[in-house]
Design a protein around this ligand. Structure first.
Ligand code: ADP
Length: 395
């Protein structure tokens, strides 16, 4: 219903409504009595128009006024004897029919007007509600965008924190890492010298020389591999999601931390389940979790008497999950404070930061997994983390 529709023009003020009633009846009277138009015998339709108009624009009051004025004019000017207000007994039925029809049409017009107005009000209300909804929707969208930005910033902050912690830990491991790299380089040099010796003989032994050269190349490649793994852990980048073989992550970390374990006379044992489904995650972050757990295990074990062992186990668990367990034979979880260890800044070590477990737990949880600790019998502690796998993602 377009608002330009003249029938829906807003209702004029009350006085105007009565003015329209008077004027429209006068107009109807003048037109019907205009000699040139010869309408003296058919004034009814003009009075009907006047009443409809008055009831439409003014409502019930002006409609009734127009009805009364029309009835008066009709009685006075058109019912014989005309120009008389005296009794006209023969004309009573005509007068009554006129009055009732004018009243009926007038009330219909007023009722229709009021119905249309209610409709217009409902339409305006609806329009307002729709606008309100649009505004709410826009506000919600802006809020959602803001939340996404905040989540992104929080993810980035978490990744930055994880990176700083990783770099700090790696810094502390410099000595043992250097040892890990030096070993294959030393072996490569020895093998290269052996190769030269085989070739420098009076009758060079090419076979032995080739074997030594091949060993030397292999050692060189091993050193390069270790360096590239270390570089990867130092690298700062946005977390990536790829399918990761968790056993491979364990083996890589053992290569890097073997020197540290040897330094403290700790033996490292693995029990890795075959054919584990791959885990969807960030390889470097998962390596960091394992590094934190292994270094914590070594810290707890390095000063104990008796067996010093770090065991890393991987297995398939319920719901197509993979669980990795790092167990040690160390001092065990701090008594009465076992529930505190995952809190940021909680540490029982003189130079600890208390960030390792807290960062590890947030990394595991950001992968949709869980990290928890249990006491070992007769001594030591175990840390377990469960991660969803490709198979679970499919389900
Ligand atoms: P930090 O190593 O700097 O202390 P973490 O968050 O890695 O920080 O560890 C918090 C605390 O949890 C440690 O200080 C220690 O008390 C306890 N903890 C962690 N791993 C072990 C473990 N394998 N055995 C016993 N206690 C542990």
């Amino acid at each position: 219903m377009p608002s330009s529709n003249p029938l829906l023009w807003p209702r004029p003020p009350v006085t105007w409504g009565y003015g329209i009633a008077v004027l429209s009846v006068i107009a109807a009277l003048i037109i019907s009595r205009w000699p040139a138009l010869h309408l003296q015998d058919a004034p009814v339709s003009l009075f009907l128009c006047a009443v409809i108009l008055s009831a439409w624009f003014g409502g019930a009051g002006p409609g009734l006024l127009a009805t009364a004025l029309s009835a008066f004019a009709f009685y006075y000017y058109f019912l014989p004897p005309i120009y008389s207000l005296g009794a006209k007994p023969g004309e009573i039925p005509r007068f009554l029919v006129f009055t009732v029809s004018v009243l009926f049409v007038g009330s219909l017009s007023a009722a229709q007007r009021s119905a249309m107005e209610s409709l217009r009000r409902a339409r305006d209300d609806l329009k307002e509600t729709v606008q309100e909804l649009q505004r709410t929707n826009e506000a919600l969208q802006a809020e959602s965008r803001e939340r996404k930005r905040a989540e992104e910033a929080s993810r980035q902050a978490q990744a930055d924190l994880a990176h700083v912690s990783r770099v700090t830990t790696m810094g502390e491991l410099t000595a043992s890492l250097a040892h890990e790299v030096n070993q294959p380089i030393g072996a490569a040099v020895t093998n290269a010298n052996t190769c030269i010796r085989w070739l420098a003989r009076d009758t060079p032994n090419v076979e032995e020389a080739r074997a030594a050269a091949m060993r030397s190349a292999k050692d060189g490649m091993r050193a390069a591999e270790i360096v590239s793994r270390i570089r990867l852990l130092f690298k700062k980048g946005t977390p990536q999601r790829e399918f990761v073989d968790i056993n491979e992550v364990v083996r890589e970390m053992i290569v890097l931390l073997r020197g540290e374990a040897t330094r403290h006379n700790i033996s490292v044992r693995t029990e890795l389940a075959a054919e584990l489904p791959p885990v969807l995650g960030d390889r470097v972050q998962l390596q960091q979790v394992l590094m934190n757990l292994m270094l914590n295990g070594m810290d707890a074990t390095k000063d104990v008497d008796g067996t010093r062992e770090l065991a890393i186990k991987s297995q398939r668990a319920e719901n197509e999950q993979v669980v990795v367990t790092v167990s040690d034979t160390g001092v065990g979880l701090p008594a009465q404070q076992a529930d505190q260890i995952f809190k940021a800044f909680f540490t029982t070590k003189p130079h600890g930061t208390g960030m390792g477990l807290s960062i590890s737990r947030s990394i595991v949880e950001s992968h949709g997994g869980r990290l928890w600790a249990t006491d070992n019998s007769p001594r030591g502690a175990s840390f377990h983390f469960a991660l969803p796998t490709k198979a679970e993602a499919k389900e």
